[in-house]
Design a protein around this ligand. Structure first.
Ligand SMILES: Cc1cc2nc3c(=O)[nH]c(=O)nc-3n(C[C@H](O)[C@H](O)[C@H](O)COP(=O)(O)OP(=O)(O)OC[C@H]3O[C@@H](n4cnc5c(N)ncnc54)[C@H](O)[C@@H]3O)c2cc1C
Length: 368
C-alpha cells in the first residue's frame, strides 16, 4: 500500500473543514453568556444554579459577562431568584416581571425570552433540559431561527470562540459535538445533575439588573390555566438530588426481590431507583429509572445491585462520588466504573448490608 492510501485518522471533534467560519456581520454584536433561571411557583429549579456554575466557566473563557434571565410574577419570590442568581455567579440579571408569567405557559415565556434575546443579544443561551426548559427552548430557537443542541452532557469553548455542545446520540453509543456556526445565540439545554452544583457565594457583589417589559395581554394568550394540581408523587425530583441512591437491575431476578433494594435505601435514608428493563417490566415507576433516558444522578454514594453497567445506564451515574457495584459476574461492565466492587449474589449481599448498616447506624444514633 502506498503512503497516500493509508487511512487518514478521523478529525477530532471540532474539526469543521470546509465549513463557513466567518460569522455574518449582523451577528457580531452578540456577546455574553446567559442562563435561563427556571422558576415554578416561586421555586427555582436547581439546574439553573448548576448552569450558572458552568456558564461562569464559559463566560470567563470568552472574557464576557454571565447573566441570569429571571421571569415571573411581580413579588418577593421573583426578586429572591434575582438575588440568588448573583450568589451563584451572575454578573447581571435580565428580569421580566409580569402577572402573566405566574404559571408557565409557552406563549408568554417564549415571547419574553425572545424579546430579551433580540434586544440584548447574548452569544450563548443555556436552559435546563427539564420539561419546562425543553418546551421553552424549542419554541425560542425556532422563533429566533437559531441552532439548539438538546440534552447536552458537556459544554466547551472552541479556539474560534464558538460553543462546542456535546450530547450522546445513537442510544448513547456515540457522543457528538455540535456547533452553531452562523447563527446567534448558540442555544443548548443541559440535563439536571450533569453539571456540578457551584458553591453559593453570599459575598459576591450584587450585579446589574436590567428590567424588560412583557408587553402582552391575557387575550393574546391561547393557553389558559384552569387549576394547578400538585404532583402527588412528590418524591419524583428527589432521586436526581439525593446524596445516597440504591438501585437494582435485572439481576434481582423477580419483582419481589426489589424489596431488598428499598430495604437498604430505607436504612440508609437513601432514594432508590433502577435500570430501564425494570421500568419496562413494571417493577418500578418510570421516574425511578436511572440513565440516559431516565434520571442523571450525582449522589455521594451509589449502590448498584444486579446491574450490568450498559453505557446507557453508566452515563446517568458517572458523576457519583463513590460507586459500589454488586454483581455475580466479575466481567460485568459496571466494575469498570465502580470504586468498590463486590462479586457475589445480590440476593445475599443486599440483606447483609442492610443488617450491617442497621446495626452500625443505630449504634451511632445511640452514641449521638
Ligand atoms: C436508546 C436506549 C436508551 C436506554 N436508556 C437506558 C437508561 O436510561 N437506563 C438504563 O438502565 N438502561 C437504558 N437502556 C438499556 C440498557 O442498554 C441495558 O439494557 C440496561 O441498562 C440493562 O439493565 P440491567 O443491567 O438491569 O440488566 P442486564 O444487562 O440483564 O444485567 C443484569 C446483571 O445482573 C447480574 N446478575 C444476575 N444475577 C445476579 C445476582 N443474583 N446477583 C448479582 N448480580 C446478578 C448479571 O451478571 C448482569 O450483569 C437503554 C437502551 C437504549 C437502546
Amino acid at each position: 500500500m502506498s503512503e497516500a492510501k493509508k487511512p487518514v485518522p478521523a478529525k477530532p471533534a471540532g474539526g469543521r473543514a470546509g465549513m463557513k467560519k466567518e460569522l455574518p456581520e449582523h451577528f457580531k454584536s452578540y456577546k455574553h453568556v446567559w442562563v435561563f433561571v427556571e422558576m415554578e411557583r416561586g421555586v427555582v429549579h436547581p439546574v439553573s444554579w448548576e448552569l450558572l456554575g458552568e456558564g461562569r466557566k464559559l463566560a470567563d473563557k470568552l472574557g464576557v459577562e454571565l447573566a441570569g434571565v429571571v421571569m415571573g410574577p411581580p413579588g418577593a419570590e421573583t426578586r429572591a431568584a434575582v438575588a440568588e442568581s448573583y450568589t451563584y455567579g451572575a454578573d447581571t440579571v435580565y428580569l421580566v416581571e409580569d402577572p402573566l408569567l405566574t404559571d408557565y405557559r409557552n406563549e408568554p415565556f417564549a415571547k419574553a425570552l425572545t424579546d430579551v434575546v433580540n434586544t440584548y443579544q447574548p452569544e450563548v443561551l443555556l436552559l435546563g433540559a427539564t420539561t419546562l426548559g425543553r418546551d421553552l427552548a424549542g419554541t425560542v430557537a425556532t422563533t429566533l431561527k437559531t441552532g439548539l443542541t438538546a440534552d447536552c452532557t458537556e459544554l466547551a469553548i472552541d479556539d474560534d470562540r464558538s460553543l462546542a455542545a456535546t450530547r450522546p446520540t445513537f442510544g448513547g453509543s456515540l457522543l457528538c459535538t455540535i456547533h452553531t456556526l452562523n447563527y446567534r445565540p448558540q442555544m443548548a439545554t443541559i440535563r439536571p445533575r450533569v453539571m456540578a452544583m457551584p458553591d453559593k457565594d453570599e459575598s459576591r457583589p450584587v450585579g446589574g439588573l436590567i428590567e424588560h417589559p412583557l408587553n402582552m395581554a391575557e387575550d393574546d394568550i391561547v393557553t389558559k390555566i384552569l387549576s394547578f394540581i400538585a404532583d402527588q408523587d412528590s418524591d419524583k425530583a428527589q432521586l436526581a438530588y439525593a446524596d445516597v441512591v440504591v438501585a437494582g437491575g435485572l439481576g434481582l431476578g423477580k419483582p419481589e426481590n426489589f424489596k431488598l433494594v428499598t430495604d437498604l435505601a430505607t436504612v440508609l435514608g437513601a432514594e432508590y431507583g433502577g435500570s430501564r428493563p425494570l421500568v419496562q417490566k413494571g417493577w418500578i415507576a418510570a421516574e425511578r429509572q436511572i440513565g440516559q433516558t431516565g434520571k442523571t444522578i450525582r449522589p455521594k454514594l451509589y449502590i448498584a445491585a444486579g446491574i450490568s453497567g450498559a453505557i446507557q445506564h453508566r452515563v446517568g451515574v458517572e458523576g457519583a462520588d463513590c460507586i459500589v457495584a454488586i454483581n455475580s459476574d466479575p466481567g460485568a461492565a459496571i466494575f469498570e466504573i465502580a470504586h468498590i466492587g463486590i462479586v457475589g449474589d445480590a440476593l445475599t449481599i443486599l440483606p447483609a448490608l442492610t443488617e450491617a448498616f442497621r446495626k452500625r447506624l443505630s449504634v451511632n444514633r445511640m452514641a449521638g
